[in-house]
Ligand binder design. Sequence first.
Ligand code: NAP
Length: 351
Amino acid sequence: MREIDKGRPVLVTGGSGYLASWIVKMLLDDSLHVHATVRNLENTIAMAHLERFAETSRGKLDLYPADLLAPGSFDAPMQDCELVIHTASPFFLTGIKNAEEELIRPAKEGTTNVLEAAQKNSSVKRIVLTSSVYAVYGDNTDLALTENDRFTENEWNLTSNARHQPYAYAKTLAEKEAWIVTQTQDRWDLVVINPGWVLGPSLSPRTDSTSIREMIALGRGDYKSGVPKLWMGVVDVRDVAAAHIAAGFTPEASGRHILVSEERTLLEIAAILRKHFGDRYPFPRREVPKFLFWLVAPLYGHTRRFVRRNVGIPIKFDNAYSTSDLKITYTPVEETIKAHFQQIIDDGLLG
Ligand code: NAP
């Protein structure tokens, strides 16, 4: 049981990212003092929204530069914090040239760096880590390995590696590292959030999160000729941010938490978009047959092994523990997708 003093600053790593921006905003709106790390303090465009939230809320914001790969980066921003929310980690699924350098090392060493800072900093009582459902499973075919045909927090991803699903592998190694280090001490505890595919409105016009790029791609016609039949566990970015905060401030919260609202295919997501935004945008209308996608997959940054093990194979998640332990109420996926695309239009991101 860890009671967190709301008078102390809360550290949010990767504070200007898509998800973290919502966490920072919610903390500031609750009049808290936030220490947020960003990679580059000179990048004023990436941080302008955070500074605006601080000005218009009763909370206080201090920004610190920190890189996942720079040892000691998180020592200064963690000073006086009882609660650390570690979201920073590279997030991309395709276009990877060197998985070890681009994904695995930053995810794993970054987590080690944050935990080492906590070892040195006697104020820390709880660390909330943003992991992923990809630390639970690697491919949709892994569903066959589960007991009740749904993924639960008891499962671990056993099928990814540096060549196959490297992002999933990186998230798995980083979460495992966090649990191992946590067991070496008893001053702080670890609570882990394992979100599915995070969608929903972004607070900044940045487009570099994979979640935002994919939604733009759907609206810009990149999948006009069809989408692969791929199921995803979708969750609203605002619910994920609220879950991190609940994980931080609920003394009895513990363990891992799958965060998924509903499972949907890409075509179902496109149908929701068409229902609300009509035919003004070239949303996909059909699914590409699996064998055809298998043939062209490398052109779209996917391996044929990925196609074999994921396309056309449904998945199912058990989100019961998140609703009981963190009291999360899930936003319906339709509302999430509608709000996300509206923000993309409002911010003029379709080019
Ligand atoms: P994002 O906007 O791309 O955020 C990634 C964050 O990580 C950014 O703040 C980025 O900093 C930071 N980062 C990356 N490399 C870094 C480095 N070397 N040093 C310091 N910071 C670094 O994407 P997101 O969706 O918000 O992702 C946030 C977290 O959620 C990640 O841990 C991701 O794995 C996890 N997650 C996301 C989803 C999803 O569907 N979006 C699903 C499950 C889990 P800059 O702002 O400086 O670029």
